[in-house]
Ligand binder design. Structure first.
Ligand code: MG
Length: 220
């Protein structure tokens, strides 16, 4: 059974995760490496809460795919319910931050893109959303100055600063809440920088976000 909750490290508070919104192409370097245009409005997709796993658990490649990619991302934890949230008020709705991995079946996604089909399978399969524990937003005065990195078997593969995000946290919350009601405990994966790549069975992934924490998972 999956966990479907996010836990705050300092207080021990545990929130039920309703939905997981994710941004695509939110760093220019990653858009470039995917041969994709930098979007004028956020590219948003969903993962089900059943995709969540915690640090220390395994990512399991489903038989439908032969190409599993990592994408390290800063994750926003929504702290209170809201709809049509103004950009100026958006940060009031942030409960905290975590670091996550948007695990992706790249071969399945590429075929879906080619055929104009949804990304649900490529992005939402069980174990596709490893998540660290969260820290309260009061511990992160500015989420746009944080070093974000990912290592595979001890070798650094991604390293960027959240200041490089195209859409900032307040833009993302304003946009997403104009479409989807945001609820306390919802998660927003804010996109990955360049350096994505494939992993295979036995690989150990460590994602780190400055001031927030780290996440370790293994590919089974
Ligand atoms: Mg991603």
């Amino acid at each position: 059974m999956s966990v479907r909750t996010v836990t705050f490290r300092n207080s021990g508070e545990e929130l039920r995760v309703g939905k997981i919104l994710c941004l695509g192409r939110n760093y220019r370097g990653h858009a470039r490496e995917m041969d994709a245009e930098v979007p004028a409005t956020p590219v948003v997709f969903l993962k089900p809460a059943t995709a969540l796993i915690r640090s220390g658990e395994d990512v399991v490649l489903p038989p439908i795919s032969k190409e599993l990619h990592y994408e390290a991302e800063m994750v926003v934890v929504i702290g209170k319910d809201g709809q049509n949230i103004a950009r100026e008020k958006a940060m009031e709705f942030v409960g905290g931050y975590a670091v996550g991995l948007d695990m992706t079946l790249r071969d399945v996604q590429s075929e879906a893109k080619r055929k104009g089909l949804p990304w649900s399978i490529a992005k939402g399969f069980d174990t596709s959303a490893p998540l660290s524990s969260a820290v309260s937003s009061s511990n992160v005065p500015n989420p746009h100055v944080l070093s974000l990195s990912l290592a595979v078997n001890g070798v650094r593969r991604q390293h960027a600063n959240t200041g490089e995000m195209i859409f900032r946290v307040e833009d993302i919350i304003a946009f997403c809440s104009s479409i989807f009601t945001l609820e306390k405990g919802d998660l927003i994966f804010t996109g990955t920088p360049e350096g994505v790549g494939a992993v295979r069975s036995g690989d150990r992934l460590v994602a780190e976000l400055e001031s927030v924490g780290s996440l370790t998972v293994q590919v089974r």
